[in-house]
Design a protein around this ligand. Structure first.
Ligand SMILES: Cc1cc2nc3c(=O)[nH]c(=O)nc-3n(C[C@H](O)[C@H](O)[C@H](O)COP(=O)(O)O)c2cc1C
Length: 312
């Protein structure tokens, strides 16, 4: 009976830069940290791929609490890229790779182009399925004084620096906090990116506690995520799809199968899920897959491919 049901289930596999995913749902970077146990729980709960929290060159404590605050339709976060050192992260990453039965995306950030290249080389030794360059984080100081991802030239230089240091497929994660995301997408594609993920959190924003009359986050400002940013994410993915040939992972506010389908129709080949886990727990991955299948059945779609870019 169970086997019959499985046989009838629609194939919703997808592919990213030559790597096959059993379904289009991906754990977005940072939401469940970097520990093997939590990443494997997500893989076992049905995600098509998992992304680590961004790994940096040196240990960072991050900001003191509170680092997250809930807002209507999402949350603000300023974690400050808390992470162990690169050397301490590699053992855990190796363990995750050994235990995961889905592709693993290793996210990294550096403070200079050179550092991005050196880190990519080191992380490549443990052979994750992809590297993802986080060029969009507002919370770290770097050699240009602003996030690499806010200018086409600096975005391209990081991309090139990493591509010269590794043979692994490279995903570059873009920030929505730019006036023209198409220019950035074009620059990273020309510099050799194999895929783009969009978007990182939006903002920054601020929440003030009116009793104490001070901002709630210790960093005062933080990035907005969740349903509040979904229309921005959909627009970014739509524009990127019109501009580049490489596949896109659409991220931002996805909480339901309908949200995921909207992102696929904008042009994403897969979708990243972050804040949605807080709302629906880790079963969100399998539930979204089920919801996508139900929609395809009721609307007469036979392959996931038919949804990708359909809104263009
Ligand atoms: C608490 C928290 C930590 C995050 N850490 C990272 C990170 O380390 N690297 C990264 O590229 N993005 C990070 N992000 C951004 C998410 O991966 C994602 O791009 C963003 O939250 C939008 O998706 P969502 O609305 O599904 O959460 C973080 C987001 C949150 C909420």
């Amino acid at each position: 009976m169970k086997e019959n049901k499985l046989k009838k289930m629609k194939d919703i596999s997808t592919s990213l830069a030559g790597v096959k995913l059993r379904n289009p749902t991906i754990l977005a970077s940072g939401i469940l940290g970097i520990t093997t146990a939590s990443l494997i729980r997500i893989a076992n709960s049905g995600a098509g791929a998992i992304t680590t929290k961004s790994i940096g060159p040196v240990k960072r404590e991050g900001y003191v609490n509170p680092v997250i605050v809930e807002v209507p339709c999402g949350m603000l976060n300023a974690v400050g890229l808390a992470c162990p050192s690169l050397d301490d992260s590699l053992g855990g990453l190796k363990d995750t790779l050994r235990k995961a039965d889905v592709p693993v995306i290793a996210s990294l950030y550096g403070r200079t182009v050179k550092e991005f290249g050196e880190m990519a080389e080191k992380i490549s030794e443990v052979k994750p399925d992809f590297l993802e360059a986080n060029i969009s984080c507002p919370n770290i100081e770097n050699e240009f004084g602003k996030p690499f991802g806010t200018e086409p030239e600096t975005s391209a230089r990081v991309t090139e620096g990493i591509k010269n240091s590794t043979k692994l497929p490279l995903i570059v994660k873009l920030t929505p906090n730019v006036s023209d995301i198409k220019e950035i997408a074009k620059a990273v594609e020309s510099a050799g990116a194999d895929a783009i993920s969009a978007i990182n959190s939006y903002g920054p924003g601020m929440v003030i506690n009116i009793e104490t009359a001070i901002p709630v986050l210790s960093n005062k400002v933080g990035g907005l995520s969740g349903p509040a940013i979904k229309p921005i994410a959909v627009r970014c993915v739509y524009e990127i799809h019109e501009t580049v040939e490489i596949p896109i992972i659409g991220i931002g506010g996805i909480q339901t199968g309908r949200d995921a389908i909207e992102m696929l129709m904008a042009g994403a080949a897969a979708v990243g899920i972050g804040t949605g886990i807080m709302k629906r727990d880790i079963k969100i991955f399998s539930e979204i897959c089920e919801e996508i299948r139900n929609f395809m059945n009721s609307e007469g779609y036979s392959k996931l491919n038919e949804l990708i870019g359909k809104a263009h």
